[in-house]
Design a protein around this ligand. Structure first.
Ligand code: SOE
Length: 397
């Protein structure tokens, strides 16, 4: 018997649009979700680009008119892969039309806008999920299981770094990622939000933050095309320059509500690091260590080892055993997985939640939770002092 279908429209067709399109194909072909995903409409600003991508990636139709697309009765779910300034308008309109929504991170550029999205999701009663994809790396799911089962005991410290280096070149043009009115912030919103979300997932809520930020290159060549391209590696710059209005690096010290302490940094200027999302969590019974550039590995140290032969310290767990989360969908043990599967895993979970009428985390409320930390970090940078992060119920306890 044919499966029921989920007819999806994807808004955005650059880096994230490409990754999501590829992920849907993997989900259908290898993960066999309860609903068959139909790649319905691909939507973007540039007609000839979007048409070419729709054809290449297997979308049935294409459009440049997102309000019309999210209102279509033959679309059940809307996936938003645009720059973050567009997230609230598209998500709220899609929810108003009763669609399920998947929205790339960060959920919005302000707490206020993110809360309006939560409100719209509550009214729609559909499944609204935010794309913090790294939660779905099998090694980090395993880390979550180990922490939940008490393997490292009470957590004392979390250290989170997100290190990239593509912005070091002053000729990288002024794409949307360098413009506050579009991106909200720089390394903070683009990179540190992943670390904040992982801290929420693995350790707990933030109590207060003390932060600093810096912009090293204040002006960059204007883009030939206003829309901009992916990370800004591509596309010739012009002689004319425009102002960078976001942070190149942000560093944060934090107290968490459970008594743990956090040390965090995100930068686009860490020469030599390409996508170094690194986490280290220290607990009373052991520690865990992860680096996205070696995403199949989780390092684990247990204080119990002191009594045995393995005094050497951290052991490496290759998180590719079929018992490890999501791995059974893929290849035999040791045939390692890549960045793209984290998207397949999150979209699979979204589709499952839609089929079963459940919630898929991180949901829009988790997106607000992250944005509250972002706003506290920005306030701390502006005031040069520690700032309390409001709790999810709005109190500053
Ligand atoms: C670009 O810096 C970027 O693609 C981010 O936007 C992603 O969220 C991160 O996963 C990788 O880097």
């Amino acid at each position: 018997m044919a499966k029921d279908r989920l007819r999806v429209a994807l808004i955005g067709h650059r880096f994230m649009g490409k990754v999501h399109s590829h992920a849907y194909q993997m989900v259908n072909q290898l993960m066999q979700p309860p609903l068959e995903i139909e790649l319905g409409v691909l939507c973007g600003r540039d007609a000839s680009d979007v048409a070419a991508h729709a054809q290449a990636w297997g979308w049935r139709e294409w459009s440049t008119d997102w309000p019309a697309v999210v209102a279509r009765p033959d679309i059940d779910a809307v996936d938003i892969a645009t720059p973050s300034d567009m997230h609230p308008a598209i998500a709220i309109e899609a929810l108003r039309h009763g669609k399920h929504v998947f929205c790339e991170k960060p959920l919005a550029n302000s707490v206020k806008a993110a809360e309006a999205m939560v409100q719209a999701a509550r009214q729609a009663r559909t499944v609204a999920m935010v794309g913090f994809n790294y939660r779905r790396a099998p090694a980090l799911q395993l880390a979550h299981q180990l922490i939940e089962s008490g393997e490292i005991g009470r957590v004392f410290e979390v250290r989170g770094l997100y290190l990239q280096d593509w912005a070091v070149d002053p000729n990288v043009p002024l794409t949307w990622r360098f413009r506050e009115e579009v991106a909200g912030s720089g390394a903070l919103g683009d990179l540190l939000t992943h670390v904040i979300d992982l801290t929420h997932f693995l350790v707990g809520d933030f109590q207060d933050v003390l932060a600093l930020r810096q912009t090293f290159i204040d002006e960059r060549p204007m883009l030939a095309k206003a829309a901009g391209e992916g990370l800004g590696h591509v596309g010739a710059g012009r002689e004319q320059k425009g102002s960078v209005t976001v942070d190149d690096v942000t560093a944060v010290l934090a107290h968490l509500r459970n008594g743990a302490v956090g040390v965090f940094e995100a930068t686009r200027f860490a020469t030599g690091h390409k996508n170094g999302l690194q986490l280290e969590i220290h607990g009373e019974r052991g520690s865990l260590r992860f680096n996205q550039e070696r995403m199949n590995e989780l390092e684990f140290y247990s204080v119990e080892d002191r009594a045995g032969l393995s005094r050497a310290g951290f052991r490496r767990i290759l998180a590719t055993h079929p018992d490890h989360p999501y791995v059974a969908f893929w290849w035999p043990e040791g045939h390692i997985l890549g960045y793209d599967v984290t998207f397949a895993h999150e979209l699979y979970d979204w589709v499952n939640a839609i089929a079963q009428g459940t919630v898929a985390h991180p949901d829009f409320e988790d997106g607000v939770r992250c944005q509250k930390v972002v706003e506290a970090i920005v306030a701390s940078c502006q005031q040069s002092q520690a700032v309390t992060v409001p709790s999810q119920d709005g109190s500053r306890d």
